[in-house]
Unconditional design. Sequence first.
Length: 319
Amino acid sequence: MAQQGQPQPGVSLAGAVDLGALKHKVEAQPGQAGGAPAAGGYVIDVTEASFPAAVQTSATFPILLLLWLPTDDRLFPMVRTLADAVNGQEGKLQLARVDVSTNPQIAQALQAKGAPALFALLGGRPMPILEGLPSQDELKQITDQLIPQIIQLAQQQGITGSAPYQESGESDGGPAEGEAADAVPPAHQEARRLAQEGDYAGAAQAYQRVIEADPQDQLAARERAKALLMARSAQADVRQARQAAADRPDDVDAQLAAADVDMIGGKVDDAFGRLLDFIAAHKDQMAPAHDRLLEYFAILEPSDQRLARARRRLATAMY
């Protein structure tokens, strides 16, 4: 495990085949009684389909990547502790969990010898932290010292965005997986599945069909806007997008691309301000920026004050 400064490779505490996991196996789904802690807050679950997008977004905010087995109850205290520590940072980093039993290619790509294994992702680059179950002292060192060091290192590299907050579920056990699925409207099931698999373009199309059937479905409109955003820019190079926008202030496409990476990084005011400034200075090119702003507006809750401010400014800029 890392001691000071940049995270360093750890010592493997688990063999290639961990027979001890067999007697600790649980059948409950994450969030169910007796099951693993559910995702939520600044904790997400990543699959092989969505892993490339997670790697890309690590150029916007740092990611603590945990390879684990949600059926092994020995890991649950560690997972809860990491989730509490990450959530306590309020978006300065994200905890991304990978079930290695169903996503083995990720573990293979990272050359992990067993689960659990912990990495930091900064700018698309993985840095090993630990393999195997940590002691209480090691875990405390990770939460109290190493996580702040990762955030500091990210900031030194210009990675200063905020991770998105997941409204459903809590890190120490929210609604059960089955209950969460039941809460999704039946018409949304296909779109939700596609989004969870990382097919954001397909999800956007599926949500569009929901909206065509029910134009008043605000949840579908919100999820469609999020899916469109991710389909366009989840794998964008953040630095290149921002540099292009700085180099070409009169290029609407460059400004749209930079606004997208700001939105993905949680810099909502920056994204709004960029496009509103462009509209104010380029009335002849306002249509694409206006349409993109309306898409962003659908993502925020109606009560969000950032939305109210941006709408007022947009109205003033257009007339």
